[in-house]
Design a binder for this molecule. Structure first.
Ligand SMILES: [Zn+2]
Length: 376
């Protein structure tokens, strides 16, 4: 079966994050076992009670304790939702050298390339263990990978994390953090503001303080990134009930993307200081912070063997990514990680997602060469 046929079969299995990924995991387990891997499922129920499974396939070692492998190839099995009117979503379609379908680029192309690459390995020559790691729920917060990291399910020395980078090796990435902040006030008739306490004015003062924190964050720089510092955004503000009512509540979101090496909670600590300052100024100021996500970034040194090898194989200097990936969890598991995969992240997640055939096929070769160099 060609890599395109494998990709067509993977795209045909609907694996949107909201539903179970058992079908695609069964497919991957079957194919991995047929090639000669031992597989292990890591099932769990998601927060809606839907069955999800992380799958690890290994060759050259056993599943006991925390298996050490030389190289892990990592791809997530879930996709973002698709428009039901997009006829090609589950039916891979080729046009002008591109393959269209949901997940065609993010990230089933990498998974198809992985299966094609390992098929051609002569296992007799395997000298160091190899793992395939297929995760669930990446698109809704790296949940599957976080579970594997927490369980210490595997210990890879090197990991290639398959996200669309147009086959450009990415050796570092920013983290992703999110908090929802609620300011509580007291409602009153707007003709008598002294009888109430405006949550909107309170939120406005705190948001102004957060804008100053953005400048503080700019003082810590990481030259490999552009912008070179942790950025933040207040993307949503919602407050009040009517124009003539002193607002009783105001909520806003605070999102930030920490540079690797910086504690993802660094901004939360600065925020706490700003809240304390506001409380001193106004004893009635009441504020709740719900820190929903604090995912750190990752960085692999440019001198890492994996980085230099992938630079050589792709003919491209390593770069950095601004979006969150499972490379952070692989790093937590002890790996030197690089993000690399066919397709462009800018076309992922949209109707008309595609992967160029040429990149898909080239990825098979890059993965074969990587296995050969590290495991054979
Ligand atoms: Zn992805």
């Amino acid at each position: 079966m060609s890599v395109k046929e494998t990709l067509a079969q993977l795209v045909a299995i609907d694996s949107v994050s909201s539903q179970s990924n058992v079908e695609i995991v069964d497919y991957l387990a079957q194919h991995s076992e047929a090639i000669g891997f031992q597989v292990k499922r890591f099932p769990y129920a998601d927060d809606k009670g839907v069955e999800k499974v992380n799958l690890i396939a290994i060759a050259g070692t056993e599943f006991s304790g925390e298996p050490s492998v030389e190289l892990a190839l990592v791809g997530h099995t879930d996709t973002v939702p698709y428009d039901p009117n997009w006829a090609e979503a589950l039916s891979l379609t080729r046009r002008e050298g591109k393959l269209y379908g949901r997940g065609a680029c993010d990230t089933k192309a990498f998974i198809a390339a992985t299966l094609s690459a390992v098929k051609l390995i002569d296992w007799k020559n395997l000298r160091r263990p190899l793992a395939l790691v297929f995760t669930a729920d990446e698109e809704i917060g790296l949940i599957g990978a976080k579970r594997l990291a927490k369980a210490r399910a595997i210990h890879p020395r090197y990991a290639i994390v398959g996200e669309p980078t147009s086959l450009h090796p990415m050796r570092a990435g920013k983290g992703y953090c999110l908090a929802e902040i609620t300011i509580k006030g007291r409602e009153a008739h707007s003709a008598y503001p002294a009888l109430g306490s405006s949550a909107v004015f309170g939120a406005a003062r705190l948001i102004a303080a957060i804008e100053e924190l953005a400048k503080t964050l700019e003082t810590e720089q990481h030259a490999a990134f552009d912008p070179a510092f942790t950025t933040l955004n207040v993307g949503l503000v919602k407050g009040g009930t009517a124009k003539n009512v002193v607002a009783g509540e105001c909520r806003f979101t605070l999102e930030w993307r920490p540079i690797p090496g910086q504690d993802p909670k660094h901004l939360l600590n600065l925020l706490d200081e700003a809240i304390e300052a506001e409380k001193k100024r106004d004893p009635e100021f009441v504020c709740e912070v719900d820190a929903a996500r604090a995912d750190e970034g990752f960085e692999t040194p440019p001198s890492s063997r994996l980085v230099t090898m992938l630079e050589e194989l792709t003919g491209q200097h390593s770069g950095t990514v601004a979006f969150g990936t499972e490379a952070a969890q692989m790093t937590q598991l002890g790996a030197e990680a690089v993000v690399l995969g066919p397709g462009d992240i800018r076309v992922a997640h949209r109707t008309g997602e595609f992967v160029p055939v040429e990149e898909l096929e080239r990825c098979v070769g890059i993965l074969q060469e990587s296995i050969r160099a590290l495991c054979l």
